[in-house]
Write a protein that binds this ligand. Sequence first.
Ligand code: SF4
Length: 493
Amino acid sequence: MKVNGYEIVLTADRTLFSDYGGGIFLGFVSCFPKSLIPEWIFFNVFCPSTKVAADGSPLSAPLGLRVIESLLLNSGFKREQVAVVHPDHIDKALGPNTKIFGLHEMDPLGIGPATSTFTQIFKGQAYMPIKLNALLDNPLVKLYKPKVILGGSGAWQLENKKEKDRLDIDCVVVGEGESVVPDLFLNILKGEEAPQFVYGKPVDTAMIPNILAPSMNGLVEISRGCGRGCFHCSLASSKKRDIPLDHILKDVLTTLRYGRSAPILHAEDVLLYGSNGLNVNKKSVMNLFKEVKKLQEVKFIDISHLSISSVLQAPDLIGELSQLLQLGEEQKFLGAQVGVETGSQRLIKKCMHSKPDFEKSGGWSGDVVDAFEILMRNNWVPAATLLIGLPDENDRDIEETIELVEDLKTFKSLLVPLFFVSHSKEDSFNIENLNDLHRELITKSWEHNFRWMPLLYKEYSSMYIHRGRLAIYLLLTLSAKYMKRRLKRLLNP
Ligand code: SF4
C-alpha cells in the first residue's frame, strides 16, 4: 500500500472487473438476480476477476474508468495522486490521504432494462447493486470519508436525490466526463464543497484521451453518441462523433498489451463509423476493420452494436467484412447487440422514428427479417432487444412483435424481451402490468433462445472460453432448466 493512500482512488463494483470469459454475450448474466446464480458460482465461473497486481491495480479495468484515469493524468494530476484499484483491494490504495473515491457504474440501482426485467421475473437483487453497496460500506470509506463521486452510463439512476443520499454519494456526474471531471476533482482537492450533480456535455473527439492501460474485454470506443432520436434514450440528441483512426489503433494496441487478441469495437452503430448522418460509409468502415486486423496480435475483431437499417443499406459490406475476418472459421461468428425493440410499425414510427429508413422500408418487421437473413448468411449473430410496455402500447402492437419473433425462428440469434424503463419510475413497465400477450411474447422469445443456445455456446466457447468450458456449459444448462421452470410458472399463473 502507498503510505497513507492515494488522493484519488478510482474503482467500480466487482461485476465490472471481469471479461466474462472473453466475449460479451456472457456479460448478460450480470443482470440476473442473486437468487438465480449463487455468489460462489457467479464470481468463480461466470464472472472471474481480471488479474490483479500486488499493489491492487487491475490488469484491465472498465473502459469508462480508464478514460477518467487518462483524462486526469493528461490534465496535470500526478501518477502518485491517482490509483485505479480492484474493488477487492481497496485497502491497498485508500487511506487517510484519500480525498476522492471515484466510482464508475453502469447500473447502480439495478433498474436498467435487463436487470429490472430479470430481477422482477426471478425475484431478488442483482449483483451490481449488491457489490456497489459493499464498496460504499467498506470500513475504510467510512473511516476516512473521502468524497464519493459516481459517474458512468448508469449515473442517471442517481439523479434521484433520495437514492443518491441513501447511498451516501456526494456527487453524481451525468453525461460525458471530459469537460467537467478535471475541474471537479481539482476543486475538491482544494477543499471546495462537491456539487451534488454535475452535467457533462458531449465533447469534441479531440478531448477524448487515449487510454493508458487495457480496458475490460478489450473494449475500444470508435464513435460516441448516436442522435437517432429515440424518445426514451439519453443518447437521442447526442450527435454521433467518430474517433480518428490513429486514436483507435493506439487504444487497440493498449488493450493488446493485456494479451487480449480480440478487441471489441464499440459504438452505438459500428457500421456508421465515418458516416455522414445515417448513411453508411462503406470505405471508412472497411478501412477501420482492415487497419485493426493488420495489427499483428489481433486474432478476432468483435463489435458491440449495429442497426438494422445499416445492415440493409450495406449487405455487400457485411459480406466483405466477413471475408476479411474469415468468419465461420476460427472466429465462428461475429456477435452484436441490435435494438429491434418492437414488431409494430405504429410504435416504431411513434417512438423510434429514425430506426427504419422510411423511404426505402417496406415495413419494420420485414426490414428486421431481411437484415437477420443478411447477417446469418454472413455468420453474424444479432442479440436483439425487444421492449415490453412502450408507452401507448396496445394489444395489436404486442401481437405484431410476437409475429416477428415467429418470423425470426430460423435465424441464429438471441431475442431478449426487456421491460421498458424510463428515467421516471411511473412510466417504466412493471411486472404487475404483464398481460397474456406479454407472457406469450416472453415465452416465444425464450423458446427461441433455448433452441439456439447450445449451438451458440459451442461456437462461442471454442472462441473465447479456454478454461472450464464443460463446467460452464453444465452450469448454463442447469441455469437454463431452472429459468425455463421459473418462466413457465410465471407465465402460466
Ligand atoms: S438507436 Fe439506440 S442509442 Fe440511438 S437513440 Fe435510439 S435507443 Fe438510443
